[in-house]
Design a protein around this ligand. Structure first.
Ligand code: NAD
Ligand code: LMR
Length: 338
């Protein structure tokens, strides 16, 4: 693997007691797609996370440079780089958490589903290696279309005999982050004080913010409800259009991914009361996968929260979301079973 520090004789002489080796405690985290737009910022932010002792950066391009760069940060996590398919298994052995932002992003005019043909195969290959090398790891799946890639990952793990539905989480945190931001703007609050549950999935109408359940309790006019719901559902497209062909959200996504990964790591450590929204294997609705509030613990998802009372607008949104989600889930499952 590509660990610039381990190439250096002076460091390796003292590696047994060198602080830069990282503490004995802490978690081992791999990022697959680490050299990409999300991957680079995510790698930097995970290097800053005190819960991480070892950080493996894997991509099919550019990991030597990204690894050299990030490894100079004076934080405890030891960084190692892995380049190309031949090094994928080494990147994964022993990992507690695997975060996957690998795959192509949207350009203006595309839907997330338009990414399926390329990203489905990428996710399948990466998950086959996870099943082989770190079957007990928590997986945070970011690659789009999340509504289909999570069912693909589940099928791959089932086929390998390693599937633990509680350990596979589709990352919808960016929808929550956006919802908190936009709602705070309307209410004139600090976004850090706002908590908006966002359920369903991660594409268009499947993104369903439950504005009737915002904390702190508040009320919106019908106009505000339509504005906020549509803005949250189109947040990704807003960024894709503003970037005008240069990709989709990377910086806010890296922030959201780290917020979510940190919640998973705190849960793995045994912290109580970690509740986040995620797209998971679920019995909250009749659909096999659904995003909702879940409680995270040492085993991954440990409790599912019901959707709670919905108003007419949200009930209508839920029906639209379920219709589209059912198609996306089926598309993922049939791809993986082929
Ligand atoms: P990017 O093109 O900048 O980076 C993707 C990286 O994946 C590249 O470095 C590429 O080399 C790498 N990659 C490609 N094939 C790979 C493979 N087989 N193994 C390992 N790495 C591989 O794209 P980005 O902007 O970082 O977006 C990545 C993905 O995340 C896209 O699918 C995008 O739609 C998705 N995304 C999801 C959310 C979400 O909320 N879940 C938010 C933003 C973006
Ligand atoms: C997002 O919500 O920003 C991501 O899913 C990327 C995209 O294509 O919109």
């Amino acid at each position: 693997h590509l660990n610039p520090m381990e190439k250096n004789e002076c460091c390796s002489l003292r590696v047994g007691n060198c602080r830069s080796k990282g503490g004995a405690s802490g978690f081992k985290v791999a990022i697959l797609g680490a050299a990409g737009g999300i991957g680079q910022s995510l790698s930097m932010l995970m290097k800053m996370n005190p819960l991480v002792s070892v950080l493996h950066l894997y991509d099919v391009v550019n990991t030597p440079g990204v690894t050299a760069d990030i490894s100079h940060m004076d934080t405890a996590a030891v960084v190692r780089g892995f380049l190309g398919q031949k090094q994928l298994e080494d990147a994964l052995i022993g990992m507690d958490l695997v975060i996957i932002p690998a795959g192509v992003p949207r350009k203006p005019g595309m839907t997330r589903d338009d990414l399926f043909n390329i990203n489905a195969g990428i996710v399948k290959t990466l998950c086959e290696a996870i099943a082989k090398c770190c079957p007990k790891a928590i997986v945070n799946l970011i690659s789009n279309p999340v509504n289909s890639t999570v069912p693909i990952a589940a099928e791959v793990f089932k086929r390998a005999g390693t599937y633990d539905p509680n350990r596979l989480l589709g990352v919808t945190m960016l929808d929550v982050v956006r919802a908190n931001t936009f709602v705070a703007e309307v209410l004139g609050l600090d976004p850090r004080e706002v908590d908006v549950p966002v359920v369903g999935g991660h594409a268009g109408v499947t993104i369903l913010p439950l504005l009737s359940q915002v904390k702190p309790p508040c009320s919106f006019t019908p106009k505000e409800i339509v504005y906020l719901t549509e803005r949250i559902q189109n947040g990704g497209t807003e960024v894709v259009e503003a970037k005008a062909g240069a990709g989709s959200a990377t910086l806010s996504m890296a922030y959201a991914a780290v917020k979510f990964a940190d919640a998973c790591l705190r849960a793995l450590r045994g912290d109580a009361g970690i509740i986040e929204c995620a797209y998971v294997d679920s019995k909250v609705t009749e659909l096999p996968f659904f995003a909702s509030k879940v409680r995270l613990g040492r085993g991954g998802v440990e409790e599912f929260f019901p959707l709670g009372p919905l108003n007419d607008y949200e009930r209508e949104g839920l029906e639209k979301a379920k219709k589209e989600l059912a198609v996306s889930v089926e598309k993922g499952i049939s791809f993986a079973r082929k």
